[in-house]
Design a protein around this ligand. Structure first.
Ligand code: ZN
Length: 276
């Protein structure tokens, strides 16, 4: 049961966090637990009328914080870069249909070319889809990923690089998503969060924890309080900028996906109240 003292008004959970649940089941349980926000992963929309799904989520009094995810712009092959642009345009349409004003970008990388070349293609890819995003009223958040993912998932690996790119694109429709899992180790994190806020580029804040040891570099994220990330400190830096958006719980975990998801949701709410 929800602790009456805990403030869940800014708690958002990603659909991937409770992956065994379909989006309808997640919405029902999130809402009943007092969760106020949901970030929808595109796989959760498969085979559904997206507008109806957005309506269903709002009927549960859930704010649709963002759609995850666009990006994956870089490829050595120009035809694949074009296909990525098309996919990002589709993501923008889906976000508009769903009724969310934000898409998170996992920007991509192609190990067959330099990281600099991948970054240039990311810049050009975002610039190409930007007019479509603006027309749809959908913002794009560049999420820097931990450098262990620089091979294939993202050539944007620090908040400084994400800030550089958002500032170079210089549009109110492009900003940054800060995820503690990807950025906690960075000794310039406080200063880069401040810079991000000053430029009005701080669009989203994702939380989970880094387990010791971590047994899988993708699918072993921890609950808040279960690892070594100073989540409260990072959150305080984020809020010092004036950010008053959601704290989004994004946990990929083979361990937790095997558990009873209702019990896992209770653990999330408790961990959020105590450790974030
Ligand atoms: Zn994230």
């Amino acid at each position: 049961m929800q602790n009456e003292m805990s403030d869940l008004s800014r708690l958002c959970i990603h659909t991937i966090t409770t992956k065994p649940w379909d989006v309808e089941t997640a919405a029902k349980h999130f809402s009943a637990a007092g969760v106020k926000g949901i970030t929808v992963w595109r796989d959760a929309l498969q085979g559904r009328n997206i507008q109806d799904t957005g309506r269903m989520l709002r009927d549960y009094d859930l704010s649709i914080v963002s759609l995850c995810r666009g990006g994956f712009f870089p490829h050595t092959d120009a035809a694949k870069r074009m296909a990525a642009i098309d996919d990002n345009k589709r993501a923008i349409e889906e976000a508009a249909q769903l009724g969310t004003s934000l898409i998170v970008l996992v920007c991509g990388a192609d190990p067959l070319q330099s990281l600099n070349e991948s970054r240039k293609q990311i810049h050009d890819g975002i610039a190409t889809v930007l007019p479509y995003a603006a027309a749809a009223g959908v913002k794009l958040a560049i999420e820097p990923l931990h450098p262990m993912y620089a091979d294939t998932r993202s050539a944007i690996n620090t908040l400084a690089q994400a800030n550089d790119m958002a500032e170079a694109l210089n549009s109110p429709w492009v900003g940054v998503a800060v995820d503690v899992y990807h950025t906690w180790w960075d000794n310039s994190l406080e200063q880069e969060i401040s810079r991000c806020g000053k430029n009005d580029n701080l669009f989203a804040f994702h939380i989970c924890d880094w387990k010791m040891p971590t047994t899988d570099l993708l699918l072993d994220r921890g609950l808040m309080g279960e690892g070594c990330i100073p989540i409260k400190q990072i959150r305080s830096w984020v809020e010092t900028t004036g950010f008053n958006g959601f704290n989004e719980v994004e946990i990929f975990s083979n361990k937790y996906w095997k558990e009873d998801q209702e019990l896992f949701l209770k653990k999330i709410v408790k961990a959020y109240a105590e450790h974030s």
